[in-house]
Design a protein around this ligand. Structure first.
Ligand code: HEM
Length: 398
C-alpha cells in the first residue's frame, strides 16, 4: 500500500513527467543499454532510433502515475501492453532493472527539482505499477504454456514453405521444429519472430499477424518487403531475400487483443495494404465457423501488383452465405486492373456497403486507419463497434 504522502507527491509531479517525459525516457534508454547491452536482444532497434518507443513508455508511466490510487482503470491498457511484453519474453526480473534506470533518469532530468522525497515516492510508485504488469504477465505465460502445443518463451520453428502473394508480400508457413502441433489462437492475433541476421550484433524481434484461420496445423505469416534503408527494412529484407524453406527461426506463442469475436452481428473487415493479414485470418475463420454470418470484406491496395490474397479472399467470401468483397485501388495502370473503387474509400461508400449494426475491424497504415475510423464514427458507429489495430507501438496508453 502506498502512503497518502507518496500518492500526493506522485500525482502532483506527474505533469512534470509529462513535460519532460521524452527527455527522461531518452536518457533512460541510453543509460539502460550502456549498462545492460543484452537488453538490445529484446528491444526493437528501429523503434528506438525513431523515438517511438520512448514516447510509448513515457505516456504509459505518466498515465499510470495519474491513476496510482485507482490502478484498476489502467488494467485494460496494461493487458494490451502485457500481450506485447509476453510475446517478447519479458520477465519479472527485468522490471527492477528498468525501474533503477528510470529513477536515475528522472533524477538527472529534473536536477535540483528531484528532491529525495520525490525520488523515493516515484520509486515506490514504480514498484506498484510494475507489480500490476508482472501479475498480468505471469497469468499470460501460464496460459500460453498450458495450451495444447503451447510453450512459454521462444521456440524453434522451421519454414515449411514460402509463397509469393504479391510484388511486396510473401507468406511463410511455419511448423514447430519439435514436431508439436501449433496451439490454437484467435483470428487476428500475432506472433513475435526472433531472428539472428548475419553481421548484426543483436537479435531482431518483430511482430507479424497470423494471416490464416486457426486450425490449419501451421502458422502462416505474410511479410511485406520494406525498403532496405528504412529502420524496419532489415528484418523484412532478411525474410524476403535470405530465409527459405528448411530455415529455422524462433517464435513466441500467439498474442494480442485484436481478434474477431464470435457473434450474430454482421462483420465488416476493412484493410489497407499489409493490414490485410489479420483480416485474412478473420475471414478464414468466418468461412470455417460462421458461414452464415453477414460479412463484408473491403480492401484497399495501391494497385493490382501489390494486392495480396486476391484469389484467396474471393474464394473465402464465396463460401459465405451472405458475403461481399470490394477492392479499392489507389491507382489503375489500365483496364486489366479490375476493382470496385479507384481512389480512396469514401464515407459514402462505407455508408452504402456496411450494415449499420456491424462490428467493424480496421487494420492498415495510420493515415488509412484515421480516415476509416473517422468515416465510421461520423456514420454513427459506436466506439464498441469499431476495432482497430495499427502496426507499431501504441502511442497512447489510455
Ligand atoms: C513495449 C510500457 C516495462 C520491454 C511497451 C509499450 C509500452 C510499454 C506502452 C508499447 C506497447 C505497444 O507496442 O503497443 C511499459 C511500462 C513498463 C514496462 C509502463 C513498466 C512498468 C518493460 C520492461 C521491459 C520492457 C521491464 C524489458 C526490459 C519492452 C519492449 C517493448 C515494450 C521490448 C516493445 C517495444 C519495442 O520493441 O521497441 N512497454 N513497459 N518493458 N516494452 Fe515495456
Amino acid at each position: 500500500m502506498l502512503s497518502q504522502k507518496t500518492i500526493d507527491i506522485v500525482k502532483s509531479t506527474a505533469p512534470i513527467l509529462e513535460t519532460n517525459g521524452k527527455d527522461i525516457t531518452t536518457y533512460f534508454y541510453k543509460t539502460l543499454f550502456e549498462a545492460h547491452p543484452e537488453l538490445l536482444h529484446i528491444f526493437n532497434h528501429a523503434n528506438q532510433s525513431q523515438g517511438r518507443q520512448q514516447t510509448a513508455l513515457a505516456n504509459a508511466v505518466y498515465a499510470a502515475a495519474k491513476y496510482i490510487d485507482q490502478l484498476e482503470v489502467i488494467l485494460p491498457a496494461v493487458k494490451q501492453i502485457s500481450h506485447k511484453h509476453r510475446s517478447l519474453a519479458i520477465k519479472a526480473e527485468h522490471y527492477p532493472i528498468v525501474g533503477e534506470y528510470l529513477l536515475k533518469a528522472i533524477k538527472e532530468v529534473l536536477g535540483d527539482a528531484a528532491t529525495e522525497d520525490i525520488i523515493h515516492a516515484w520509486g515506490e510508485a514504480y514498484g506498484v505499477i510494475a507489480q500490476v504488469f508482472i501479475d498480468v504477465e505471469k497469468e499470460m505465460y501460464k496460459e500460453a504454456a498450458e495450451k495444447k502445443g503451447g510453450w512459454e518463451d521462444f521456440k524453434e520453428f522451421i519454414i515449411e514453405k514460402k509463397v509469393v502473394e504479391s510484388s511486396l508480400i510473401t507468406s511463410f508457413y511455419l511448423k514447430a521444429a519439435d514436431g508439436m502441433p501449433v496451439p490454437d489462437y484467435l483470428p487476428g492475433q500475432y506472433i513475435t519472430v526472433r531472428v539472428s541476421i548475419p553481421g548484426e550484433e543483436y537479435l531482431f524481434n518483430r511482430q507479424y499477424s497470423l494471416s490464416q484461420a486457426p486450425g490449419s496445423g501451421y502458422f502462416r505469416i505474410s511479410v511485406k518487403r520494406e525498403a532496405d534503408h528504412v529502420p524496419n527494412g532489415k528484418v523484412s529484407t532478411f525474410f524476403h531475400d535470405h530465409l527459405n524453406a528448411g530455415d529455422m527461426i524462433e517464435v513466441s506463442a500467439p498474442a494480442g487483443e485484436f481478434f474477431l469475436e464470435k457473434g450474430s452481428q454482421p462483420v465488416a473487415l476493412i484493410s489497407g495494404g499489409v493490414g490485410i493479414t489479420p483480416m485474412m485470418a478473420m475471414l478464414g475463420s468466418i468461412a470455417k465457423n460462421e458461414p452464415n454470418r453477414k460479412t463484408v470484406f473491403i480492401h484497399a491496395a495501391r494497385n493490382k501488383a501489390v494486392h495480396a490474397f486476391r484469389e484467396e479472399s474471393s474464394s473465402l467470401v464465396e463460401k459465405l452465405q451472405d458475403g461481399r468483397i470490394y477492392i479499392a485501388y489507389e491507382e489503375k495502370k489500365d483496364e486489366s486492373e479490375v476493382c470496385d473503387i479507384t481512389g480512396y474509400i469514401s464515407k459514402e461508400f462505407l455508408q452504402e456497403v456496411v450494415d449499420k449494426g456491424s462490428v467493424c475491424y480496421v487494420c492498415g497504415p495510420v493515415p488509412f486507419m484515421r480516415a476509416i475510423v473517422s468515416h465510421l464514427t461520423t456514420l454513427g458507429f459506436s466506439e464498441n463497434n469499431i476495432k482497430y489495430k495499427f502496426f507499431g507501438p501504441a502511442m497512447a496508453f489510455l
